[in-house]
Design a protein around this ligand. Sequence first.
Ligand SMILES: C[S@@+](CC[C@H](N)C(=O)[O-])C[C@H]1O[C@@H](n2cnc3c(N)ncnc32)[C@H](O)[C@@H]1O
Length: 265
Amino acid sequence: MAMKRSSSMGEEGVEDEYDQIAEFYDLFAENHDLTFYLELARRQGSPILDLGAGTGRIAIPIASEGMMVTALERSRAMLGILRARRNELPQAVRRMLRVVHGDMTSFDLGERFSLIIVPDSFVHLMTRDEQLSLLGCVREHLAPHGIFVLDLFPAGAMPGHFQWEDGPIRTPDDLYVRRRGEMLADIDSGTLTLRLEYRVGQTPHLRDVTRTIRVTSRGTILSDDEVDRLTQQAGLKTVAEYGWFDLRPYDDDSGRRILVLCGQP
Ligand SMILES: C[S@@+](CC[C@H](N)C(=O)[O-])C[C@H]1O[C@@H](n2cnc3c(N)ncnc32)[C@H](O)[C@@H]1O
């Protein structure tokens, strides 16, 4: 979900929201998009680039199927978890997974990819410059037959205000975590605000909360026209469009706008 770091990019030791919540990320992650990305990876083949790869939720299953994946991520805490998960994999799978600390709006990996994905992460980019910069880097890194998948949260499906609660979920250390979320979407200004609160305790009913972590993050809501202008400007052409990860078409009720793009000749 959308989160905008509050501190400046690339600074050593500076915490962003994902540094603060990385330890809980996998506990609450949904895998509603995994089959979609795995299927595309099988079709496109190696090498694959996962931008904003987080803890490797998508990159690890792809590498486990024998495809070469580069996972690029900026948060050191998320990367720490990704590296720890990688170390637990069989050596043959580990060799398939390259982990890179970097910024997805500015990277040069010296390689071109059959498939580039940015699951759940483009929404983090708050300015047109950042968005265009990512799309430009993607264009530079696409192999001639390569495709790029851009998954977006469309403005049409966005409730103005939404609250929820998940958990309690038991951690591997036998603690319990409950998450409360609140999302505010201001379509006029194109901003999303997401507030998350994690409460940790030793029993499932959490009457004994030992730790509370709160983060407030921002994201960008782009209109379909804005996205189409940006991708065109970056030299990318839409070859398919879906409204859900099960490949249903995109319409006013869609939960996502998923674009499959290739480089313009
Ligand atoms: C919602 S998480 C998604 C993680 C992973 N793609 C997944 O689907 O589980 C967004 C991720 O994007 C990363 N991120 C945000 N801005 C980034 C940037 N400019 N460069 C690299 N990673 C970034 C965050 O640190 C976070 O790990």
